[in-house]
Design a protein around this ligand. Structure first.
Ligand code: AMP
Length: 534
């Protein structure tokens, strides 16, 4: 067999930070902390400190392939720790602090994390995790010397004169769990190669359009779907980053203005807060802002229009933890310049088009072998395939894809003739509120625990602020009685506070499928236009 004549330059993510430090070393990384103080470093500084962290991990005895977890908001030390963890050959595991204790315990133990780096504000969570997560031997606090070693002190004894761990480009580098499915959270194990290919796609104009002049504020948390890959792609591009450890719209707007942010990425709930803040204060959208990246939930049309009227490019993205996460963004259609403004807004309010590297198709809801036409009408299950799409969940025994490599997203969609994806429903039984998952099954189980409840179903219903909120639909036991306030109080004792449904609908019976399961599809149809009282 004849091989090609080109070099084996490994697609390992440490090449990203080497490039950033070498070619854009002075480009700043700004962090705004919860207490209002700010820190500044640059890509050269991130690389130097990541190398020192690599040495510190080795001094702890951490070996390549072992998991290093973080429980932290967005700031430069968190960014350093990403490169420090992968630089030591470790697998970075970002944990979502909004999960509740059982889920945190499950994923830390399932991942077999050995080190946990955390923000001081999550100390209480960490204290509760300690006795329940025996694999974690080392705790490092990012922003305090109490009760664990301070990050800066931990890396202080080291000089950064070392080499990154070497290995294969197919080695794993990052582990992200998703609770957007039923059952236990599932871990998606990204590779160096998949992450590099994803980063290259993210830089391109149809996706995030990153270059050295970009000033990006990744509002999307680093613990959620890898902050949409921005920590990797931003290094490749040499962009300036502005991080905020809090998502208060006033703080974000102040940073937009002072740091001249050109692009920012966040879920619709965050953007809604920003727009409302500007309206309240009578301030204009900061003139430096030229691109809004928004995804994780559907972007409302009015929001798309508002930004586009200001001449801002909207990148409405669809993706999943399982797709690294970019599946689509607002890539303009081939006939874009011939469209009216209204037509352009309509297209941008849909879920966009895939960049090179992602293949999409819809299959029949009842027959997965039947591929549906791209006619903009026939809705089916969305499937996805590509080099940064999951093949098998961490520690799973079977592939998550079919024989041809297609992954079933659990989203229901139509694909338009111009390639635009439009999500219409979901087959997976979960609720996404403000960008975070709520398990309908756990809500139902908790409700059933109440002595007056015969049957209960939770569905996501459109909400103007949170995109979706859970609505609980309950059938009472004959002769038993319970009211909404009592049931909400009861649920508050059994699930996380933000999971408790704002409202509960009592009905005489629930619709069932032929196999006796509650038909969520029928319920979603019935309550599609439900009007929240508050
Ligand atoms: P996650 O793994 O938490 O990023 O969640 C992925 C899921 O979020 C997708 O499968 C969709 O159900 C939903 N999602 C992501 N982006 C969008 C979007 N732009 N519009 C509607 N739903 C979305």
């Amino acid at each position: 067999m004849m091989l090609g004549g080109m070099q084996d330059w490994k697609l390992r993510v440490t090449a990203l930070i080497d490039h950033a430090a070498r070619e854009s070393g002075t480009r700043e990384i700004v962090s705004r902390w919860a207490d209002g103080s700010e820190s500044r470093t640059n890509w050269a500084g991130v690389r130097r400190d990541a190398l020192r962290m690599t040495q510190a991990l080795r001094a702890l005895g951490i070996k390549p392939g072992e998991r290093i977890a973080t429980l932290a908001m967005n700031h430069h030390r968190h960014l350093i720790s990403w490169y420090g963890a992968v630089g030591a050959g470790g697998i970075l595991h970002t944990i979502n602090p909004r999960l509740f204790d059982d889920q945190l315990e499950y994923i830390a133990n399932h991942a077999e994390d050995r080190v946990l780096l955390f923000d001081r504000q999550w100390t209480a969570i960490v204290e509760r995790m300690k006795p329940r997560c025996p694999t974690i031997e080392h705790y490092i606090c990012f922003d305090s010397d109490q009760p664990a070693p301070h990050f800066e002190d931990w890396i202080a004894p080291f000089d950064g004169e070392t080499e990154w761990a070497d290995g294969d480009e197919r080695d794993p580098c990052m582990l992200c769990y998703t609770s957007g499915t039923t059952g236990n959270p599932k871990g998606v194990l990204y590779e160096h190669r998949s992450t590099m290919l994803h980063a290259m796609a993210c830089m391109t104009a149809p996706v995030f359009g990153l270059d050295t002049r970009t000033v990006m504020m990744p509002i999307v948390p680093m613990f959620h779907a890898a902050s949409w890959g921005t920590p990797w792609a931003g290094a490749a591009a040499g962009a300036k980053f502005v991080y905020s450890a809090v998502n208060d719209p006033a703080v974000l707007c102040d940073l937009f203005e002072r740091e001249k942010v050109t692009a920012a990425a966040g879920v619709p709930t965050v953007w809604l807060g920003v727009l409302q803040h500007l309206e309240r204060t009578g301030k204009p959208i900061p003139p430096s802002l030229s691109q809004v990246v928004c995804g994780g939930s559907a972007m409302p049309r009015a929001m798309v229009e508002r930004f586009m009227k200001e001449g801002i490019r909207v990148a409405h993205a669809w993706g999943m933890t399982e797709t690294s996460p970019i599946g689509t963004t607002g890539a303009e259609t081939a006939n874009w310049d011939e469209l009216t403004f209204d037509e352009q807004v309509t297209i941008k309010a849909m879920q966009g088009r895939p960049p090179f590297g992602v293949e999409l198709r819809c299959v029949d809801l009842g027959d997965a072998d039947k591929v549906l036409p791209r006619d903009g009408k026939t809705a089916g299950v969305l499937q996805v395939r590509g080099p940064w799409v999951v093949k098998r969940y961490f520690k799973a025994e079977h592939d998550a894809t079919n024989a041809e490599g297609w992954f079933d997203t659990g989203d229901v969609a139509v694909i338009h003739p111009d390639g635009t994806l439009q999500l219409t429903d979901r087959t997976k039984d979960v609720i996404k509120s403000g960008g975070e998952w709520i398990s309908s099954v756990e809500l139902e189980n908790a409700a059933i625990g109440h002595s007056a409840v015969a049957e209960a179903a939770a569905i996501g219903v459109f909400h103007p602020k949170w995109d979706e909120r859970p609505l609980l639909i309950v059938v009472k036991k004959p002769g038993a009685d319970v009211d909404e306030a009592e049931l909400r109080r009861y649920l508050g004792e059994h699930v996380a506070k933000w999971w408790v449904p704002d409202e509960i609908a009592f009905v005489d019976e629930l619709p069932h499928t032929g196999t006796g399961k509650i038909s969520k599809k029928d319920l979603r149809d019935t309550f599609r236009d439900y009007r929240w009282r508050a």
